[in-house]
Each structure stands twice: as C-alpha cells, then as structure tokens.
Write a protein that binds this ligand. Structure first.
Ligand code: MF3
Ligand code: CO
Ligand code: CO
Length: 264
C-alpha cells in the first residue's frame, strides 16, 4: 500500500468522520469523574457512536498484524499508561490523568482523535505534562504545509518537549488515515527538518505525540495491548486528524468542546 491523496469527495467524508470523532470526546467529557469505570466510559461512547452517530467504533475487534483483536470500542490510558489502555471495571480516582482515544468510521472513512482528561485535581506536574503535550501537538500541526516535509513535524515536537525535560515515545507514531485506520505514511514525533516524505495537498494523517515525564522507554503489558512507561513515569497524548491543504493544514477532528489551540 502507498500514500493515498484524497479526492474532494473523500475529503468531505473525512470531515464528517472527523467531526463525529470530536463530538464523542465532547459528549464523554462530563462523565470523566472519580468513581466512573473505564468500561462505563467505553459503553457510553460505543452507544453514542453506534446508536446516535450510526457509525462504527474502529477499535472494536481491530487486529493489526501480530495483535489479538482489540476487545473494546475506545482506548483509555491512565497515568503511566502511554496508549492502547484497555477499558476495565477499575474506577478512575481523584488525581488521575486519562487519555481517551476515539476512532469513528462513518461512510467508510475514519476520524481519529484523543484528549487528556483530569479526574478531580491532578498534581501540578501532571497538568503541566498535559499542557506541554497539547502544545507539542499544535507545534506539529503548524509545521504541516504542502511542499514541507514529514520530518518537520517530528522536529517541531521533539525540539519543543526535550528542552523542557520530557521525552518522546519512539515506538508508536501518527499515521495516514482514510478508508483504512492505519495507512502510510508513519508520522514520527521526532526527527529532522527537511527530511522524509514531501507533503502534498490531499494527504490525511494523524499527529499524536506520546510524551513522558521520565524516560522514553515503554513496554507492553500481558494483555497484548496496554503500553506503559518502563520507569512508571506519567505519560500524556493528544491526537488530531489533519488534512494537508493547498496552503497549509485543516484539522478534521475539531468540535465545539475541543480545547482551543495554544497561542504559539
Ligand atoms: N487510536 C489509536 C491510534 O491513534 C489506535 C488504537 S488501536 C486499538 O492510532 F486497537 F487499540 F484501538
Ligand atoms: Co491514531
Ligand atoms: Co487514536
């Protein structure tokens, strides 16, 4: 498979899938409180996607090469969990930070977005990590333009977070997206300017930096999915689905409740 340039008709469908994805995150926000289980959040999102949006939760039964089928409809990654946390009957507790990662398929096209949520009052350090990760995502987004390079995105993220003492997870990356959940290219969250693939109008991909408060090293748990930091340091992630336009970028997963872009 190679990189697909989306037609105007496909881009319209990507806009719809992206907006629905953002709306799931908006919808679930008031439910993310101490005492709720991640299974309850999963069920609420599943029901909204299936019964109201008439879409498909892409994670459910997703089984890319080498993985067992993913058992739930969303990913819920708490504290030192980096990504792909599997919802369970464990309740969220005051002070947790949790990433909810939503992927909706609508009319054959995917939207993919995640945000961090605060349960009660997390520590200053936890909130700062989330804020830096949000800013890092937007540094990456603002590096997107036709004629630019994929490496510009990774460089924008890495050169922002590392001087602040944070590290970039290497093993997982953003990805092309469209008819398939994960398409080419891989969008690394580290790198060098003017390297890698040349960006072209009509490309759609995600940017989804995973930033650790400690070392970059990660490991996968025995459930075959949940990724955690090796040193148990906190990890944060935000994700948007992006279209390369004729002049720059369009964020396809914006919604009313999405945190506003940082000033710079
Ligand atoms: N949504 C994740 C991403 O951003 C992928 C989750 S795969 C799953 O690429 F199977 F765990 F859902
Ligand atoms: Co993604
Ligand atoms: Co995602």
């Amino acid at each position: 498979m190679s990189i697909t340039i989306k037609t105007p008709q496909e881009i319209e469908k990507m806009r719809i899938a992206g907006r629905l994805t953002g709306e799931v995150l908006d919808y679930i926000t008031p439910f993310v409180k101490a005492g709720v289980t991640t299974n309850e959040l999963d069920q609420l999102c599943h029901d909204l996607i299936v019964n109201v949006q008439h879409g498909i939760p892409a994670p459910l039964d997703y089984a890319p090469g080498g993985h067992r089928p993913y058992p739930k409809s969303i990913c819920t990654s708490i504290n030192h969990q980096v990504c792909h946390g599997v919802p369970s009957d464990k309740a969220l507790k005051n002070g947790d930070i949790v990433n909810l990662d939503i992927t909706v398929i609508k009319d054959g096209y995917h939207g993919d977005s995640s945000r961090m949520f605060f349960v009660g009052e997390p520590s200053i350090q936890a909130r700062r990590l989330c804020d830096v990760t949000w800013q890092a995502l937007w540094r990456g987004i603002r590096a997107v333009k036709p004629g630019g390079y994929l490496g510009d995105i990774g460089h924008a993220i890495q050169s922002f977070v590392e001087p602040l003492g944070y590290s970039v997870v290497r093993e997982y990356c953003g990805h092309g997206i469209g008819r398939k959940f994960h398409e080419e290219p891989q969008v690394l969250h580290y790198g060098r300017t003017n390297t890698g693939l040349r960006l072209e109008a009509g490309m759609t991909f995600t940017i989804e930096p995973m930033i650790n408060a400690g070392k970059a090293d990660i490991k996968k748990l025995g459930d075959g999915w949940t990724v955690v930091t090796k040193d148990h340091s906190l990890s944060a992630q935000y994700e948007h689905t992006i279209l390369v336009t004729g002049t720059g970028f369009e964020v396809l997963t914006l919604s009313d409740g999405c945190p506003p872009p940082p000033e710079n």
